[in-house]
Design a binder for this molecule. Structure first.
Ligand code: NAD
Ligand code: UGA
Length: 371
């Protein structure tokens, strides 16, 4: 099968590309506008990857031709970083909905199957939080969240955090409408906090920025330039999934051997791997001390609390809790995540530490202050 991956140079994309190349079953064409994470595959002389530097917003003709010539399209392109949801909300809507709709239309034109990446953020907040904030009843809102049953609850428009989830939700709704009205072939994936190699950059190596939480905490552990900051005390819960487990589920959806993925939305998550962000911070500090600490590393970082508004800007609101109900992936795909919480965190930390040690050995890391 010919597989076209759009946004293949991102965290999920590069891990999926690596797996598909390793399997060697399908022809893989990868598209992105950033090569940093996928460079090792592009430059590998033995790799069978076809890579094209194309922007889905601007290079419509070339992308159109790729869609025409493929069997299946996997669309991962998005702004997927919460700091940008409040900083550049229109850009988030434009890329995550309008530009992605161009890909939908290209798939419709050539009758190609589309696997669209959405997000667990479409579920928004739990009814328990809504009840507390808006005086609603929390009796009926379940968590774990189920794809076809759980209502999607979001905060006010002024809280731009929700524009990401809203744009993704609208895209999902359009896809389902097209399936119903014209039999358009699609599957949607809702990832629940994947972590693993190549997730995000470290701010100390890139002159700042605001990546996802794991990179912030690793930055504090490896560079000691900042304390670990817990947004609003780190009371929010997340359930982490190791990227290899997630990729395994994605491959099952791409291959659809049981022929039952059409028109389906799939949660991909690991319900058992839940903890609060404050617990994550302490666990990472303990694990670093126990498994990775070397002479010359900065001291164990201080853990402080910071308000969401101060950390992200006005318009930030958090998802309080999100656990995937993965009954559908288990039943239709026979998929089961294999990594427990400790191995998810250990493997991801090991990736960052190994990269850091390589840089240290090459003299690319300044010795931590005060050590
Ligand atoms: P990512 O930011 O690492 O990857 C997105 C990729 O899209 C980047 O490499 C980026 O360069 C590329 N891109 C952006 N604009 C483009 C354009 N105009 N043309 C071509 N490529 C462009 O994000 P990720 O974590 O790999 O997420 C992939 C998808 O999964 C996204 O749709 C995201 O919303 C969704 N998702 C991810 C997670 C997670 O746990 N990582 C969770 C929920 C949803
Ligand atoms: C992210 C992004 O929205 C998307 O990539 C994706 O849709 C989703 O994860 C996902 O992976 O499923 P979120 O989990 O809120 O959403 O993003 P993180 O930056 O990983 O934050 C997790 C939690 O840690 C939040 O409560 C945040 O406030 C907190 N946080 C973040 C801190 O306490 N300290 C930090 O330094 C950074």
């Amino acid at each position: 099968m010919k597989v076209l991956l759009l946004g293949a140079g991102g965290f999920i994309g590069v891990n999926l590309t690596e797996r598909l190349l390793r399997d060697g079953v399908h022809d893989v064409t990868a598209v992105d506008i950033e090569e940093e994470k996928i460079d090792h595959l592009i430059k590998d002389p033995d790799s069978k990857l076809t890579y094209l530097h194309l922007d889905i917003s601007k290079d419509e003709e070339q992308v159109d031709a790729l869609v025409r010539d493929t069997d299946i399209v996997v669309d991962l392109v998005a702004v997927a970083n919460p700091s940008l949801y409040v900083e550049s909300p229109f850009e988030v809507y434009d890329l995550n909905y309008t530009q992605n709709m161009k890909v939908v239309d290209q798939c419709r034109k050539y009758k190609k199957r589309l696997i669209q990446f959405s997000t667990c953020e479409v579920y928004g907040i739990t009814a328990a939080k809504a009840a507390e904030q808006f005086g609603l009843s929390s009796k009926t809102h379940p968590c774990p969240f189920a794809e076809d049953e759980t209502p999607l609850i979001m905060g006010p428009v002024k809280n731009h955090r929700w524009i990401y989830a809203c744009a993704k939700q609208l895209l999902e709704r359009v896809l389902d409408a097209l399936w119903k009205t014209e039999g358009f072939q699609f599957s949607v994936i809702r990832p629940f906090n994947f972590v693993g190699p190549r997730i995000d950059y470290l701010p100390s190596e890139c002159g700042g920025g605001n990546p996802r939480v794991f990179s912030h905490f690793m930055d504090a552990l490896l560079y000691g330039n900042q304390p670990i900051k817990l947004v609003d005390g780190g009371e929010a819960y997340r359930a982490y999934t190791y990227i290899d487990d997630a990729v395994d589920c994605m491959v099952r959806i791409i291959e659809d051997k049981g022929g039952n993925c059409e028109g389906q939305i799939f949660n991909i998550g690991t319900p058992e791997n839940e903890l609060t962000i404050a617990e994550l911070a302490n666990k990472m500090c303990d694990m670093f001390d126990e498994k990775f600490r070397q002479e010359g590393d900065p001291p164990r970082p201080e853990i402080v609390s910071i308000s969401g508004e101060e950390f992200y800007g006005k318009g930030y609101e958090d998802c309080d809790r999100r656990i995937a109900d993965i009954t559908k992936a288990r039943t239709l795909l026979g998929w089961e995540p294999e990594h427990d919480l400790d191995s998810v965190i250990y493997n991801t930390m090991k990736y960052f530490v190994d990269e850091h040690r390589k840089k240290q050995a090459a003299g690319q890391v300044a010795v931590a202050a005060g050590v």
